[in-house]
Write a protein of this length. Structure first.
Length: 432
């Protein structure tokens, strides 16, 4: 089974309608239904992100010289955008992606082929690619933060290059997707060890190993099941799978990765034409179908659940007010990551029975909290393996650097809290 995030929560949905009479459509998603809330008019919003109850919106060309701009709205208690800031220039043409992290804001200028850190630091890219029609020069398409939060990664479709900068836009490293594939958007695995690139021009996905600001290409595979004129747009990672939207094929593809090889697992329809952007809301997906003027709420197995009409939707983003999450499968599953900490659930599986344990572990950078939710479970503590039974509702905090292991009986469920980046790279193991 997979983790289920039930859509019984409350979500604010913001949709960018990229026309001169467009703007930001605000919907509420409650009990699995989209309900219109309000509309904020603006000229050709290209992309939008939320952070700390603010909405950051990229506008295509609000200045007389044709430069793109950024406007920031507060989100009131109802989620409505209010109190717009003064426009800030991105110092480039047709900005199409934005990153907001704390007080730092970065923008990718597509036509200009440049990266901007507001208010005015600009890095201009050079070079070109083998596709004369689409890669005649640099075309920045994405800017994002690495999982360790130390670096900025930027995708340049025109040069097939992923650039890694420090947070002041000093170049740290570069990596290439296959020539002519045209890297568009990027997404990282939940453990931060892998980066996946959506390559627009050849409808492929590339996997890179990531560590300390350096990327190494591991594999590339097609994202559509047969040859067809199509172009990848957005990419997301969810429950150990990679998802990409395919414009032309008008689908979302699901891929797996085993650390060495990418594999196309499945594709399903987006219920419209030209799916430019999509995001997960619980176990369901919101997809912006640009050329059919629709945003759909869909399920991979059940198909389209609801459709709303929005002219030329190019971006959809979600601000969660309440998420209701459960996991019923075997073993460990992270459910919530926030500001460096993680909440997970571990369910019984045979290898977690006391008689089958054969190693201890200790985390070098985090305490680990255990709370028994149901059934019977316990902890082995120290190399002498002291048995400490867990009691329902009581919090047990294993301190950083202490050898331990959780054991479980059939039917047991344990809540676990630890640092988000906890993994084999910062954990030691001891066999017994």
């Amino acid at each position: 089974m997979v983790a289920k995030v039930c859509n019984k929560g409350i979500y604010d949905i913001y949709i960018a309608s990229c026309t001169q009479t467009g703007g930001i459509y605000h919907y509420k998603l409650q009990n699995g239904k989209l309900l219109f809330a309000d509309f904020t008019p603006m000229d050709r919003p290209m992309y939008a992100v939320t952070q700390n109850r603010k909405l950051y919106v990229l506008l295509r060309a609000p200045f007389e010289n044709g430069d793109s701009g950024v406007v920031v709205y507060d989100l009131d208690d109802a989620g409505k955008p209010v109190n717009p800031s003064e426009l800030q220039s991105t110092h480039g043409k047709v900005a199409c992606h934005i990153l907001a992290d704390g007080e730092e804001v970065y923008c990718a200028n597509y036509i200009s082929g440049s990266l901007c850190k507001l208010p005015g630091k600009v890095v201009q890219h050079q070079d070109c690619g083998p596709d004369a029609a689409r890669q005649e020069g640099p075309h920045m398409h994405f800017v994002g933060l690495t999982p360790d939060r130390n670096y900025i990664c930027a995708a340049d479709l025109g040069t097939d290059t992923v650039y890694v900068y420090d947070r002041d836009l000093n170049l740290h490293s570069t990596a290439k997707v296959p020539a002519g594939h045209g890297v568009r958007h990027l997404a990282f695995s939940q453990d931060g060890k892998w980066m996946f690139a959506a390559n627009e021009l050849k409808s492929t996905v590339s996997a890179f190993a990531y560590k300390d600001g350096t990327l190494h290409l591991v594999d590339t595979c097609t994202a559509i099941p047969f040859a067809e004129e199509s172009a990848i747009a957005a990419i997301r990672v969810r429950d150990d799978h990679i998802y990409v939207s395919n414009r032309g094929h008008d689908s979302i593809s699901k891929l797996s990765f085993n650390g060495q090889k990418l594999t196309l697992v499945d594709t399903f329809s987006t219920g419209g034409k030209t799916p430019r952007d999509f995001c997960f809301v619980g176990s369901q997906i919101l997809c912006a179908n640009q050329d059919s003027n629709t945003v759909v709420l869909l399920d991979a197995e059940q198909g389209v659940l609801q459709t709303v009409s929005v002219e030329a939707p190019v971006c959809v983003c979600v601000e969660s007010q309440l998420e209701v999450t459960e996991y019923d499968g075997p073993g460990y599953k992270p459910l919530v990551d926030f500001n460096g900490w993680r909440v997970a659930v571990a369910n019984y599986m045979p290898k977690l029975e006391l008689s089958r344990l054969d190693f201890l572990e200790r985390h070098l950078e985090t305490d680990e909290v255990f709370v028994l939710l149901q059934g019977e479970a316990g902890l082995l503590i120290g190399k002498e393996r002291l048995h400490v039974p867990l009691e329902i509702g009581k919090v047990c905090n294993v301190k950083k650097g202490i050898w331990h292991r959780v054991y479980m009986t059939p039917g047991a469920k344990v809540l676990i809290v630890e640092n988000t980046d906890t993994g084999s790279h910062n954990t030691e193991y001891c066999s017994f």
